[in-house]
Write a protein that binds this ligand. Structure first.
Ligand SMILES: [Zn+2]
Length: 431
């Protein structure tokens, strides 16, 4: 069901469940509101467990200030009102205290979203509002002033408090909020590795280059192999989202159906809501009529053309491995046998090369080197099967997480060349 057709109270309950389910709020913190066509503001209630909200808990505040509902509105509703007054383009607001953004909040900083095109495109430049007591008109004035400032930010970090994100609708506000928390977490991780690499205006513009879509063709009956792959891709994309290897807006998965037929995740569909009918079939260079594959399809296609053994390719933004993409630190996979066997030596593909043509990337990834870090753009993983590609993606993220966590312990003891050689001899099928 299209999210926009849900009643505001159902939209709010759905999104709060996602936020709580991803540990981006506590039971007591955070509030969400939606402004409807009458000017009524639907908002989460005060002092109700965010982990078990129901539609009946949502409160309606009319333009005259009268309140309808089974509870009082959130104590922070004054700043929601102030933002709606200051920014007529905003129709939904998400406020919470997610851990990574609170780290920025308590250090008096706003995250710089120029680390990934996705972060910049979804969140833009982040504002910062000075502290005031929660629930007061002063806090509302501070936040509204920042939303109304010259840059017109859609996301504002609140000093010693949390973050507020606005958008035209709640679907977009949530995606922005989720992407911003992912960005903040990646920045914290990347900063602990060394210096962080930010993208220039020119580099950020690369992601807006016009794309050429393959011509359309009439759909044909699906084969059993195609049906099997549609379900497998959907299941792994859902799993990747649940494990924070993809965000709702970023992450592409594809698979080879036969020599000339491929399935791709679609452009601009929430990864959590992906269904088997959304996947885009491309046969002999023609896409199923009316469907648009994700932007990554050109790179995936080049990899399939260059490497007939490769049957699945994934682009993802896992929060720990992505930190290596945004810093100059090398991801040394000689940590444990599983890591080296599944990942081999992981190279980083320079940002500009990613937009300089697909052949360059296809030559840097294949059966012998199935994993690459895309500088300031996430990770790219190839596999012999859909499961193989997902497995490598998980191992990559686990390896990156282990290295990041080990930093407080001291130097990582990388496995020596002799140990690696012995390992490869013991597992010749993985060589
Ligand atoms: Zn708060």
């Amino acid at each position: 069901m299209p999210f926009s057709l849900l009643h505001p109270r159902d939209q709010i309950v759905t999104i709060m469940a996602r936020i709580y389910g991803h540990d981006m709020t506590t039971t007591s913190g955070g509030n969400i509101s939606v402004l409807d066509e009458n000017g009524d503001m639907w908002i989460t209630p005060a002092r109700v467990d965010k982990g078990s909200l129901s539609p009946q808990d949502i409160v309606c505040v009319a333009p005259d200030g009268s309140v309808k509902g089974n509870h009082p509105p959130s104590s922070e509703f004054p700043f929601h009102l102030s933002i709606y007054k200051a920014r007529p383009d905003i129709g939904a607001i998400v406020h919470a205290h997610p851990c990574a953004l609170v780290s920025f909040s308590i250090c008096g900083q706003a995250p710089n979203t120029r680390i990934f095109p996705e972060s910049w495109n979804v969140c833009g430049k982040i504002g910062f509002a000075p502290y005031a007591v929660p629930g007061t008109q002063q806090l509302g004035a501070n936040i509204a002033a920042e939303f109304a400032s010259k840059d017109q930010p859609s996301c504002v970090v609140l000093q010693n408090h949390g973050v507020v994100v606005g958008a035209a609708d709640l679907d977009q506000a949530f995606k922005r909020f989720e992407t911003l928390e992912f960005t903040a977490e990646t920045l914290l991780n990347a900063g602990s590795l060394g210096s962080i690499r930010y993208l220039s205006d020119e580099q950020l513009a690369f992601s807006h280059q016009p794309r050429t879509l393959p011509p359309e063709t009439a759909p044909q009956p699906a084969t059993s192999r195609e049906k099997e792959l549609r379900k497998a891709i959907c299941d792994f994309v859902h799993r990747a989202y649940a494990h924070r290897l993809m965000t709702s807006t970023k992450g592409s998965f594809s698979a080879r159906v036969d020599a000339d037929t491929f399935l791709f995740t679609p452009y601009n569909i929430d990864r959590r809501e992906l269904s088997i009918g959304d996947l885009v079939l491309i046969r002999n260079g023609h896409r199923a009529a009316g469907q648009t594959p994700s932007r990554a399809y050109t790179i995936h296609s080049a990899i399939y053309n260059a490497h007939p053994e490769i049957n699945a390719v994934v682009n993802a933004l896992p929060v720990h491995a992505s930190a290596f993409c945004a810093s100059d630190a090398r991801l040394d996979t000689r940590t444990i046998p599983e890591s080296y066997l599944f990942l081999k030596d992981v190279h980083t593909i320079p940002f500009d090369l990613q937009y300089a043509g697909t052949e360059g990337i296809a030559s840097l990834i294949g059966p012998k080197n199935p994993v690459a870090l895309l500088e300031n753009n996430g990770v790219l993983v190839a596999g012999l099967t859909v499961l193989d590609a997902f497995d490598r993606l998980e191992v990559l993220e686990a390896t990156a997480s282990a290295i990041l966590r080990s930093q407080s312990l001291g130097q990582v003891h990388a496995m020596s060349d002799a140990v690696i050689q012995e390992l490869m001899e013991a597992f010749p099928s993985m060589a």
